[in-house]
Design a protein around this ligand. Structure first.
Ligand code: FES
Length: 163
């Protein structure tokens, strides 16, 4: 059994787990996936373990934008595209990210490191324009600062690969 499916088994086996465990299971499986998504195999296993239909698992996964049914990069770069961030300079930040990563919104870099996504709000309106990489928020960004953040991730990964 894969690590992610063991995670699902653990969630379902937890005291009080039931149908409400579905979203939790989807998020846990996605977190455990190196490609940041919920595979068809995982959907089947979740449906089996929770005793619900595959279509219900799919519809729940499709409803929540935070869950992906397609492989993505190791790091998810989310940029807020709502008005407060728009007014604070989001367009320049987005253009810089697209140029630095070489992909548009919804795209994944060829090396599989980053997926760039637009979201309606990151809950960080007080520091617009904002982005979130995985679980880390970055706010009050300029185009240059956003590019520096991406380069820092690359450098840290490169160091990790050579260590
Ligand atoms: S509007 Fe951009 S973080 Fe809320």
């Amino acid at each position: 059994m894969s690590t992610s499916l063991q995670t699902v088994t653990d969630i379902v086996a937890a005291p009080g787990a039931g149908q409400a465990a579905l979203l939790q299971a989807l998020l846990a499986v996605q977190d455990a996936s190196p490609e940041n998504y919920v595979s068809e195999e995982a959907v089947n296993e979740i449906a089996h373990l929770l005793g619900i239909s595959r279509s219900r698992v799919y519809s729940t996964a499709s409803f929540y934008s935070v869950i992906s049914l397609k492989p993505r990069g190791r790091h998810i770069v989310r940029i807020c595209i709502n008005a407060p961030c728009e007014n604070a300079g989001k367009q320049a930040v987005l253009a810089a990210l697209e140029q630095e990563l070489g992909v548009g919104l919804g795209g994944t870099t060829p090396d599989g490191r980053f997926t760039l996504e637009g979201v309606s709000c990151l809950g960080a309106c007080y520091m617009s324009p904002a982005i979130k990489i995985d679980k880390q928020l970055y706010g009050d960004l300029t185009a240059e600062a956003a590019v520096a953040v991406i380069r820092r991730y690359r450098e840290e990964e490169n160091i990790g690969h050579t260590a």
